[in-house]
Design a protein around this ligand. Structure first.
Ligand code: GLU
Length: 497
């Protein structure tokens, strides 16, 4: 395809107008780091707040970075998070295709158009990557920049390999406006004649994003602040084509500490890692949104928001310029708040895999979930709390001594000996029946309940801190196992007394 027979007008005619259009444009790297997730969130929130469209574009022009299955991670994460897209590779849309590699025939004509307009040129030099961005741009001495167009075209026609470079003005400065950072001005002498089309004919990200954002009618470009330094070159490209410049929204990085960005390489968790660590999606979304954005006015003090509520109040002016530090302790707080606020059914569904992994087969998982819901910050806290159900741990008889319950080893032995036949006598092993049997015994003997219940619970759990008390644990274990454990307690205490 050549710019002469490329239908630029048809491309322009497709561009949707009159609505806010934002895009999330991830490269398929195989994971969604927290900073990326936050960009996706802000991008989605801006579109939803304005009743506009959210577009998913896959930026895969850098084939070297291609990772098998990586686009699935993007789809899965956005879907799980409820970040629905109105246009994208799978759902199509008015400005398809939405995968950059499928748009590759579009970029060259636009680069050629720029050459004709005098804002780009063919370059035949072979430069290494370090030479590319050395900061030493001696434009006057550049052999390709100063070639006549006819000569350059003749070399191209003769089959000489080339790249196409942006022709940055030699003089003057470029100013661009960012919604977060304000106006930024740079001297053109500090900008490199960046490559737009590579030797293999593929566009660079720096070129493709401008073409795509324009042709897709993107009104707000939300991206990480690592792209700030390229923004003047993007501006010059828009100006060279005579296109409207979108609103830039550059977001500060998410940091692991004062000095370092979060990074996969340093073992910082991605969205999927956080899920595996037992964090639940709405809590992650709520926390990540507040990393670098704060509500204003009446909502300023509030912390817990559903995605829908965020969409209603989200406003670009609340995005902060300063880097945010990812604080796992704060995320724990959000997570436990969300866990507590779940319905019992929701919590049961979320907790079930963790309850099952702890192994007590055939137990009442609904009861177990109800005992755990107020007792975990993360779903991964569950298995360790249930370990005793599967197998009675080795325990010291010192656990039987408890000041508050007024028990020691001797009293505990007495209580276990007394309650064993009572428990044996229960035919219908329900929580209520176990409760009544043990409480009636305590009342009849004028004992405080704890004096009876502490030893029974220790004998059945072998630990002092358990989800649920004596009745629930006895019920969960089933009659046979509960009695076996009481007998085991009697045995241990008898041997010591
Ligand atoms: N593909 C780029 C990335 O994943 C997106 C940058 C942008 O949003 O323009 O970093």
């Amino acid at each position: 395809m050549n710019y002469k027979n490329f239908d630029f007008e048809a491309m322009e005619a497709r561009i949707p107008k009159g609505e806010v259009r934002t895009r999330f444009a991830p490269s398929p790297t195989g994971y969604m780091h927290v900073g990326n997730l936050r960009t996706a969130l802000y991008t989605w929130l801006i579109a939803r707040n304005a009743g506009g469209s959210f577009i998913l574009r896959i930026e895969d022009t850098d084939q070297g970075r291609f990772v098998e299955g990586a686009t699935e991670v993007i789809y899965r994460t956005l879907t799980e998070c409820g970040l629905t897209w109105d246009e994208g590779p799978d759902v199509g849309g008015p400005v398809a295709p939405y995968v950059q590699s499928e748009r590759k025939d579009t970029y060259l004509p636009y680069a050629e158009l720029l050459i004709e307009k005098g804002h780009a040129y063919y370059c035949f030099c072979e430069k290494t990557e370090s030479e590319e961005d050395s900061g030493d741009f001696n434009r006057a001495a550049d052999p390709c920049r100063n070639l006549s167009l006819d000569e350059a075209k003749a070399r191209v026609a003769a089959g000489e390999p080339y790249v196409i470079r942006q022709k940055i003005p030699s003089e003057g400065s470029t100013t661009f406006h960012d919604a977060i950072y304000g106006d930024i001005t740079v001297e053109n002498s500090t900008l490199d004649d960046q490559v737009l089309i590579k030797r293999d004919g593929m566009p660079t990200y720096n070129f493709a994003n401008v073409i795509d954002d324009h042709l897709m009618g993107i009104t707000h470009v939300v991206r990480g602040s690592e792209y700030l330094s390229s923004a003047p070159k993007y501006n010059l490209l828009y100006e060279s084509f005579g296109w409207a410049i979108p609103t830039y929204v550059h977001c500060s990085p998410v940091m692991r500490d004062q000095h370092n960005k979060m990074s996969k390489r340093h073992g910082d968790p991605s969205y999927e890692d956080l899920k595996a660590l037992g964090y639940i999606t709405p809590a992650i979304l709520n926390y990540v949104t507040l990393l670098g954005w704060s509500p204003r006015g009446e909502q300023a003090e509030r912390e817990i928001f559903s995605l829908q509520e965020l969409a209603e109040i989200f406003d670009i002016t609340g995005i902060s310029k300063s880097p945010a530090i990812f604080d796992i302790v704060k995320l724990n707080y959000f997570n436990s708040e969300y866990i507590r606020a779940m319905t019992p059914e929701e919590f049961h569904a979320a907790a079930l895999p963790y309850i099952t992994s702890a192994g007590p087969e055939g137990m009442d998982t609904t009861l177990i979930a109800s005992l755990l819901q107020q007792r975990c910050e993360k779903l991964t806290d569950i298995p360790a709390q249930l370990d005793f159900l599967k197998e009675l741990p080795e325990y010291s008889i010192e656990l039987y001594t408890n000041k508050k319950s007024k028990t020691d080893a001797a009293i505990s032995l007495e209580m276990l000996n007394a309650t064993l036949p009572i428990l044996e006598g229960i035919n219908d092993w329900t929580i209520d029946n176990i409760h009544d049997a043990l409480i009636n015994y305590a009342t009849a003997n004028e004992f405080k309940n704890a004096k009876v219940l502490w030893p029974v619970r220790i004998a059945m759990a072998g630990k002092t801190i358990t989800p649920g008390g004596a009745f629930e644990i006895a019920y969960l274990l089933g009659k046979e196992e509960a009695l076996r454990r009481i007998r085991k307690g009697i045995e241990l205490l008898s041997a010591a007394n």
